[in-house]
Design a protein around this ligand. Structure first.
Ligand SMILES: Nc1ncnc2c1ncn2[C@@H]1O[C@H](COP(=O)(O)OS(=O)(=O)O)[C@@H](OP(=O)(O)O)[C@H]1O
Ligand SMILES: Nc1ncnc2c1ncn2[C@@H]1O[C@H](COP(=O)(O)OP(=O)(O)O)[C@@H](O)[C@H]1O
Length: 144
């Protein structure tokens, strides 16, 4: 799942995880926001750190896929180049890119964490969708 904050990535990832569980499939959700508390806690939001973040999640996803698990990666993943690098890293039938194509205004309205407000007022710099870019995918399998 890729998309702006508030686009519904985590919500959909959780629903999918529950559905897979109910069908007896072993799955794991790799949520960007959560991984940033552990595996990726040394990373910030400058382009270089986001690239490293996405690369690491791609590597973990590869391990999960090798172990026969279904992974659901839920990250903003704003740069096309890094998403495409993950696509190359993972076998074709293991990679379904889902783009949560929600208008920024709707994301901003739904987002409960208050970060858009801080970004709008300049208290947070480099917030995706406000003063950091989001490059929409050109070749995703699913667009919502
Ligand atoms: N500057 C800036 N830009 C974007 N997002 C920010 C920023 N600072 C903190 N946050 C919080 O981090 C969450 C996104 O982390 P990700 O790992 O998915 O981002 S990325 O893929 O590396 O771009 C994101 O949460 P969700 O999008 O709701 O998961 C934000 O809560
Ligand atoms: N399909 C939907 N319709 C209405 N509200 C939604 C939908 N999906 C998510 N939400 C709500 O929008 C907010 C942001 O969703 P979330 O999954 O946390 O987004 P993200 O992980 O992309 O930041 C949450 O309050 C969530 O309950």
């Amino acid at each position: 799942m890729k998309g702006l904050s508030g686009s519904g990535k985590s919500t959909l990832a959780c629903s999918l995880g529950r559905e897979l569980h109910s069908r007896g499939k072993l799955s794991y959700i790799l949520d960007g926001d959560n991984l940033r508390h552990g595996l990726n806690k040394d990373l910030g939001f400058k382009a270089k750190d986001r690239i490293e973040n996405i690369c690491r999640v791609g590597e973990v996803a590869k391990l999960f896929a090798d172990a026969g698990l279904i992974y659901v990666a839920s990250l903003i993943s704003p740069y096309r180049k890094d998403r495409d690098a993950c696509r190359v890293m993972l076998p074709d039938d293991n990679f379904i890119e889902v783009f949560m194509n929600m208008p920024l205004e709707l994301c901003e309205k739904r987002y409960a964490k208050g970060l858009y407000r801080l970004a709008r007022s300049g208290k947070i710099k480099g917030f995706t969708g406000i003063d950091d870019p989001y490059e929409p995918p050109l070749n995703c399998e699913i667009e919502i």
